[in-house]
Design a protein. Structure first.
Lengths: 120, 107
């Protein structure tokens, strides 16, 4: 059974850097075809894909946020970390990590999500 | 970027109704499309991928189809647990993009 869980601060101040950790089980990020992605959802709005890291350490980012995002993996800890710099109130959202279906850029399952509020 | 346009943004329906939701891609995506269901306060759940393949464990009343750049999610007989918001997502090129969502509400 694959599970993922996000952890990190619930409140960050404008201009600060957000660091979120996705801890997963039931799969390995050393297995060919595997990936973990991050997706966010502002309150009452749709979903926005942020980044993905693959088993071979290939990484892709949303072009609109690329300068602010870094995604890394720690295969020994079964964790994926997303950092986002220069946080702004418009970045207030629920942040999800999700398992990429092998060989396909769809996500299943997802973590429960963590709400991050950006406010001074 | 490939834009995904969903319609309608909301639909009111009764238990037992047939519901159809459409997602239009701004360019060709072959069959690289997924549908997700999201209930309030919960994470999205994958229902259908590759436009028409039902994910394991998803009831057969859900189905997906495609015609060119138009994709359709159909719920053949709406059940109480189906009231939720539905999103499409294209998986053919980066950045991966989602539709704006369709909220299925109780009539």
């Amino acid at each position: 059974q694959i599970t993922l869980k996000e952890s990190g601060p619930t409140l960050v101040k404008p201009t600060q850097t957000l660091t979120l950790t996705c801890t997963f089980s039931g799969f390995s990020l050393t297995t060919t075809g595997v990936g973990v992605g991050w997706i966010r959802q502002p309150p009452g709005k749709s979903l926005e894909w942020l980044a993905i890291v693959y088993w071979d350490d290939d990484k892709r980012y949303s072009p609109s946020l690329k300068s602010r995002l870094t995604i890394t993996k720690d295969t020994s800890k079964n964790q994926v970390v997303l950092t986002m710099t220069n946080m702004d109130p418009v970045d207030t959202a629920t942040y999800y990590c999700a398992h990429r279906m092998t060989g396909k850029n769809y996500f299943d399952p997802w973590g429960q999500g963590t709400l991050v509020t950006v406010s001074s | 970027d490939i834009q995904m346009t969903q319609s309608p943004s909301s639909v009111s329906a009764s238990v037992g109704d047939r519901v159809t939701i459409t997602c239009r891609a701004s360019q060709g995506i072959s069959s690289w499309l997924a549908w997700y269901q999201q209930k309030p306060g919960k994470a999205p759940k994958l229902l259908i991928y590759a436009a028409s393949t039902l994910q394991s464990g998803v009831p057969s009343r859900f189905s997906g189809s495609e015609s060119g750049t138009d994709f359709t999610l159909t719920i053949s007989s709406l059940q109480p647990e189906d009231f939720a918001t539905y999103y499409c997502q294209q998986g053919t090129s980066f950045p991966l993009t989602f539709g704006g969502g369709t909220k299925v509400e109780i009539k």
